[in-house]
Write a new protein. Structure first.
Length: 155
């Protein structure tokens, strides 16, 4: 290839050289590639569900405590910390009781989604608040995770 370029330059084939370069460049731009995206379809579902929830990762400042006996309970998107997931119902309720003994002021929720029971705790409006609790619980519970879901709020 190098000798061909030298020959073209010596024989005054500048025009031919430019035409060749232009032809290669034009065909390189015309060739179309194919990009295939392989993704779990649940990612799209999660992205659609998160839109419009006004959920942020920033920690919110705590507002005044609300008297739950006189307040109205509503739901909104927020965060909970999962402390147990497994097929043993009695173990799920035992973990819930253990948590309640340690943290009397934080609500707990047991759900069943075949084949597993899940124990989640707290109703946090910010991910930062949930992560703070999660860090403390890691020493006391196994497999602790933060989940985004509907939570209860009192107004």
């Amino acid at each position: 290839m190098h000798k061909l370029l030298q020959t073209l330059v010596k024989t005054g084939g500048w025009f031919t050289l430019l035409v060749c370069i232009g032809w290669v460049d034009a065909h390189a731009q015309q060739s179309k590639g194919r990009v295939e995206i392989v993704a779990d379809p649940l990612i799209s579902v999660m992205q659609r569900n998160r839109k419009g929830t006004n959920i942020t990762a920033a920690s919110e400042s705590r507002s005044k405590p609300v008297d739950k006996s006189t307040a109205t309970r509503t739901t909104t998107m927020g965060f909970r910390v999962q402390i147990y997931s497994g097929a043993d119902r009695s173990e799920a309720y035992a973990e819930q009781a253990r948590f309640k003994n340690l943290y009397k002021d934080i609500d707990t929720y047991v759900t069943y989604e075949e084949p597993n029971y899940r124990v989640k705790v707290g109703d946090f409006r910010s991910r930062g608040e949930a992560q703070n609790l999660m860090q403390g619980l890691r020493r006391q519970f196994n497999n602790v995770f933060v989940f985004t879901e509907e939570i209860f709020v009192y107004q």
